[in-house]
Design a protein around this ligand. Structure first.
Ligand code: 1PR
Length: 535
């Protein structure tokens, strides 16, 4: 093989490295997969995107005899790029699964972020770096943000100072990248960091073209507020998969034909929103509760095509649950999720099934480990599992009127009610359940959700702003990130939700689809209002 255009990739099969592959190909390189330890020793340049849990990664590497090969390869200062766990691997040990040894190339211990002061863990999102002199592949990165998703990190010390090429601040300073000679590793995900990430990869792959400029001095910042574009997807009456948008969850047009509102093609729109600066893209298969998603091959195609050109995190939801088809064949929710991850999703979002799991957990007080939420979170990590809540506002006169957590409402109800509780629904808002959004949020956090997508049926598609009372209630109740959703109609609604609540991200659909407000304007407005955003 022609060494110049070939990259050797160490994929030990523990998760989705599809986006790393896509990014490498996008930059014009071919991929050779490591099969044996020998392939490591003969590589011209090696990329190791670590995924999964630290202990299982080390087990696989040890079993395959790859630990020694990696140590030798790195000791000989051959071109290496580790990503995420591929950085953590270089340290002495990690405490993720008890104390497990790494390669021990760099002094230091990989430890969990300290969440005792209310820090949200995992660290998910876009953050800027403090870049040190001579940082090689980070050349020119300046103050631009890169995408992180992790709960463990190594910290800079006198012992590893000569390795550290950049740090990032989240709670404390932690190591965002290391580099020495030809050996590099990054804690963030270049394959999910848009153009900035692609140029980090490009500099590693074509060192000749890099290091022409002096490294810009980046100064670390706060975690950026994310702006997410959401595509509600379903099959229309003609059988085409279309992006649709509801009015309080009703997606049918007010015409005689009553057809499904069609706002465009999912892959095209996702590509457009990526170019426009969306920090993340969500696909919700809104009829997933009815149609089994693995029967819904077009959705997998949508993910495959989208992930070829879109280098920010992708979430997919709808229909994630255990399922037995008409022929009696059983599919596990874990199998459904695995298929989504393989097709390019970074996170899956669970709606109805998480409501049932939370109800059972609250009824019994027992974590069975069997719900789709618990299983997927255990195998892929809680950062890979979003729970989507679809609540409806129920006005009441006094918080004592219901057994569920109620909140005082800024705008009283039709009969002057001053309080409301938020009733969870399943099946796309069609059925109300005996559980509130507050109870659900706390329960799913305990069951392993890494993030909450907080919709509100009353506000959906209304363009009158987010439900601040609801979002405040939920984002103060949990320590995982909350994505505010439903009701965005103007740039001011985004600054309002970040100012008045603890939401980490804001999601919108209609205003982007109808081209009323470009994503760029939202970012510019937030910046002007003093919020940290990725531009
Ligand atoms: O229950 O696991 O199968 O998941 C179903 C998923 O599909 C859930 O995440 C649920 O929120 C979503 N869903 C189901 N029915 C609808 C519908 O609209 N008929 N869409 C639906 C949810 C709400 C938001 C929307 C925001 C922003 N859409 O995602 O994008 O409200 O809209 P806006 O900015 O235009 O106001 P399961």
């Amino acid at each position: 093989s022609n060494g110049d255009s070939v990259v050797t990739l160490l994929d030990y099969g523990a998760g989705n490295v599809r986006s790393v592959r896509n990014a490498i190909r996008h930059l014009g390189f071919d991929i050779k997969d490591v099969q044996t330890a020998e392939d490591i020793l003969t590589a011209n340049r090696l990329i190791f995107p670590g995924v999964g849990a630290f202990a299982s990664m080390m087990d696989v590497l040890n079993e395959k005899g790859m630990t020694e090969a990696l140590r030798t390869y790195i000791k000989e200062d051959r071109p290496f790029l580790g990503i995420c766990l591929g950085l953590q691997l270089l340290f002495e040990c990690s405490t993720e699964n008890g104390q497990v040894n790494g390669l021990g190339v760099i002094p230091g211990v990989v430890d969990r972020f300290d969440s005792s002061n209310g820090l949200q863990v995992p660290h998910i999102g876009w953050n800027a770096l403090k870049v040190r002199e001579g940082s090689g592949i980070l050349d020119d990165i300046g103050n631009r943000h890169v995408y992180f998703v992790h709960s463990y990190r190594a910290v800079p010390s006198m012992d590893n100072v000569e390795w550290v090429s950049s740090t990032c601040t989240y709670g404390d300073d932690f190591i965002a990248s290391v580099g020495r000679g030809n050996v590099h590793a990054v804690q963030f995900h270049p394959e999910k960091s848009g153009d900035v990430g692609l140029s980090v990869l490009r500099r590693f792959l074509s060192p000749k073209s890099s290091m022409l400029k002096k490294p810009a001095e980046g100064k670390a910042s706060k975690l950026a507020k994310r702006v997410i574009a959401c595509l509600d997807v379903r099959t229309n009456d003609k059988g085409d998969l279309v992006v649709t948008k509801g009015d309080q969850y009703d997606v049918r047009e007010n015409t005689e034909e009553n057809e499904v509102r069609n706002l465009g093609k999912p892959v095209d729109l996702a590509g457009q929103y990526y170019k426009d600066g969306a920090d993340e893209i969500s696909f919700l298969n809104i009829t997933g509760f009815r149609d089994f998603p693995l029967g819904d091959l077009p959705m997998l195609q949508v993910l495959r095509y989208t992930s070829e050109n879109v280098f920010v995190p992708l979430t997919v939801g709808g229909g994630i649950r255990d399922f037995t088809d008409a022929n009696g064949r059983y599919y596990s929710s874990l199998g459904v999720a695995a298929e989504y991850f393989r097709s390019g999703a970074d996170k899956v979002s669970i709606g109805s099934d998480a409501v049932y799991a939370a109800e059972e957990y609250l009824r019994t007080g027992v974590k069975t480990g069997k719900s789709s939420l618990e299983q997927i979170s255990r195998v892929y990590g809680n950062q890979a599992v979003v729970v989507s809540i679809d609540p409806r506002r129920v006005y009441i006169n006094s918080p004592n009127d219901v057994e569920f957590k109620a909140t005082w409402v800024t705008n009283p109800g039709p009969n002057g009610e001053e309080y409301a509780w938020y009733q969870c629904t399943v099946n796309g808002g069609r059925e109300g359940r005996p559980i509130g959004a507050y109870e659900l949020a706390k329960a799913v956090e305990a069951l392993g959700a890494g993030e909450i997508l907080l919709n509100c049926i009353d506000c959906d598609g209304q363009g009158k702003g987010f439900d601040i009372d609801l979002i405040k209630l939920i984002s103060n109740a949990v320590s995982i990130p909350v994505i505010a959703s439903s009701g965005a109609g103007a740039v001011e609604h985004f600054s309002e939700v970040f100012e008045k609540t603890n939401a980490s991200a804001a999601l919108a659909a209609g205003i982007f689809h109808r081209k009323e407000v470009p994503i760029q304007s939202v970012k510019e407005h937030l910046l002007k209002e003093g919020f940290e955003v990725r531009v």
